[in-house]
Design a binder for this molecule. Structure first.
Ligand code: MG
Length: 167
């Protein structure tokens, strides 16, 4: 991997931690998504899959863009009406879900199916981010979808690998 992309991945992981998400919280979700289908699944396999997803440039770009918008909204630095739409996590805004399609698309239709599931069920840290976003002045409008999409993509990567389809 080129040095620049490695650096980008590091920046993404640091941003996650700053925003309250460690990779092991994403591992929990990936494990739950795939344990039914992959009997010998381990946390390590899940972490490796998450790392493969975070190596991709389109994923890194989506992470940087979405988290930046959340942080700008927290600081009230966006213009109206966008400021209100994002800081209130308006359900009709919808661009948070659209942005992360660039993450789920990497693994085709199974990525999209997994994302639809986590978006609905909001397991683990995804539900926590959603709650914190609603109850405090933190903004996680993009963050919950980013984490959901990364978990969905990593689960899909494991599924592809399980059938011998290396990515
Ligand atoms: Mg959202």
């Amino acid at each position: 991997m080129v040095e620049k992309q490695k650096k980008m991945k590091e920046i993404c992981i640091n941003l996650f931690e700053q925003r309250g998400v460690t990779l092991d919280r994403i591992v929990e979700i990936v494990y739950d998504l795939q344990k039914k289908y992959v009997p010998d699944l381990t946390n390590e396999l899940c972490l490796n899959a998450i790392n493969r997803v975070l190596d991709k440039r389109e994923v890194q770009n989506a992470v940087l863009t979405g988290i930046e918008l959340d942080m700008l909204a927290e600081k009230h630095l966006l213009s109206e009406p966008l400021q209100k739409l994002i800081s209130e996590d308006n359900p009709l805004y919808g661009i948070d879900e659209i942005l992360v399609l660039s993450i789920t698309n990497v693994y085709g239709s199974i990525g999209l199916t997994n994302f639809g599931y986590v978006d609905k069920v909001k397991p683990g840290i995804i539900g926590e981010l959603d709650e914190i976003g609603k109850k405090t002045d933190k903004c996680h409008t993009f963050m919950d979808d980013i984490i959901g999409a990364i978990a969905a993509a990593a689960a899909s990567s494991i599924a592809h690998n399980a059938v011998g389809d290396k990515d």
